[in-house]
Write a protein that binds this ligand. Sequence first.
Ligand code: HEM
Length: 410
Amino acid sequence: MPCPALPEGFDFTDPDVYRSRVPLPEFAQLRQTAPVWWNAQPHGIAGFDDDGYWVVTRHQDVKEVSTKPEVFSANVNTSIIRFNASMTREQIDVQKLIMLNMDPPEHTRVRQIVQRGFTPRSIRALEDALRRRAGHIVAQARENGSGDFVTDVACELPLQAIAELIGIPQDDRARIFDWSNKMVAYDDPELAITEEVGSNAAMELISYAMNLAAARKECPAKDIVSQLVAAEDEGNLGSDEFGFFVLLLAVAGNETTRNAITHGMHAFLTHPGQWELYKRERPATAAEEIVRWATPVVSFQRTATQDTELGGARIKKGQRVGIFYSSANNDPEVFDHPEVFDITRDPNPHLGFGGGGPHFCLGKSLAVLEINLIFQAIADAMPDISLAGDPRRLRSAWLNGVKELQVRYG
Ligand code: HEM
């Protein structure tokens, strides 16, 4: 179905579009005129042997796709909506070793195991250490007077949180951080990270994690690695499975939280009334609104396992279906004035952490904790922080990323 408002060739996964903005007006057009819309693409441009994908824009439809894994598979073509056209099918299929790209029952097995590391108790156990880290990060930034908020503040806590969670020894953290940073964002030529550097970093991280798992298996300690890998036959992870899990954490937990924090800071600085309110009242609802506002993951995809119907569109078996969280989070059917940044918004049924199915973000509580801790630390130690430049956006097909935000720490 053509959408009259969109220019010929417009693609909701074109990384160049996201270099300047998230296409919110175009999503609004689709929600009104063709809520499930076929986005044609030049053959194979996304790395798949096809000519396009469905764009799912309404909140209710994103939820429906997310909660029906038997109809909408995360495994057939993975959850990643766009790879480089040069990727081989073999390279894409390797990604199926991470749980984000598995379907039940395999996904259920892995999820049940790794969930042990993310219980409310394990997350609470990190709180004091992360609060100290947040205070330290903010104090250091303040000493600089001014600088790039992304590198000075937003990057560090998510990296530390994952390292803390897995129990990575302090001496190894710099290496882990370096690999994690290299793995993301190879779509952006300015970062000068080639695909080869990115995949080498991924291999090094996996092999580090596998070695860590093997060591803990041999000699268990009181940490989560030992819990996840000891006694494989009792329903635990093998060393290789653990390696891919750490890889997923490094991607899923870093870039997302870092961008939520950066977009949140930018939103506060461009909505001074909300910043004053935050400093005064610190409402518990703020973190969820920051994630809705930021929607760091613009989209993931599923593949139809059978002919089906969604939002008035007839989807054929084998076709790819893009679930656009950015659109769902701005759906006026669900949110009053979604264009307003309101840290007291309640209820706030946003889909920034996913549409509620089996893949719903495993790290949600950790992410919310990190966001709360960093903004509390900023409000305490540099309440007069101000903007010193416009955000510079990341070139990416599916992440709402900011790579630089100059501020004065005050
Ligand atoms: C603001 C920060 C974050 C956002 C916006 C976010 C968003 C998401 C989204 C959209 C999904 C996919 C949901 C679906 O397909 O239904 C997801 C999955 C996942 N996230 Fe997060 N995430 C964040 C932080 C984290 C953190 C801190 C961690 C861990 C340290 C984490 C670990 C994961 C994992 C392991 C999955 C895959 C779960 C599965 O396949 O079962 N995320 N996240």
